[in-house]
Write a protein that binds this ligand. Structure first.
Ligand SMILES: [Zn+2]
Length: 134
């Protein structure tokens, strides 16, 4: 007669052996220094690239500010617009923008932020001015 061990006992002992082996291999595996260095180098390259892009954007923004000022100088003379009128108009635009950012969704009443579509229910936000769709 051939003796056979019960299946449950066999399975359990195999699991113990497997988990022991797994534990040993994960504990004995050193962190690969080369892999870590490559990751650091990738991140450094990404930071340098982003830093260059920020510099380019600053230059473009500065140039755009200069063009805007030149346009204002021309238009203000032509239309007799005083600087305080420009300041008041700018304040009104900023106030309107802040109010728009505080608005809630017409469908679910959750905050919309500056989004054109509700991130919670997908409801489209109606545009109130041409600048909302630009
Ligand atoms: Zn919504």
């Amino acid at each position: 007669m051939v003796w056979r061990s019960p299946p449950l006992r066999t399975r359990r002992s195999r699991i113990v052996a497997d988990s022991g082996r797994r534990h040993h291999s994960s504990e004995g595996t050193p962190i690969q220094p080369r892999f870590e260095q490559e990751k650091v180098n990738d991140l450094l390259r990404e930071v340098i690239k982003l830093s260059q892009q920020v510099g380019q954007l600053e230059k473009r923004l500065d140039k755009t500010g200069s063009v805007l000022r030149a346009v204002y100088e021309l238009v203000s003379v032509e239309l007799q617009i005083e600087p305080d009128v420009l300041a008041e108009t700018l304040a009104a635009v900023i106030r309107e923008k802040a109010e728009r950012a505080e608005a809630t969704c017409a469908k679910c009443n959750r905050p919309l932020g500056d989004k054109t579509k509700c991130i919670y229910c997908g409801e489209e936000r109606p545009a109130e001015s041409i600048f909302d769709v630009l």
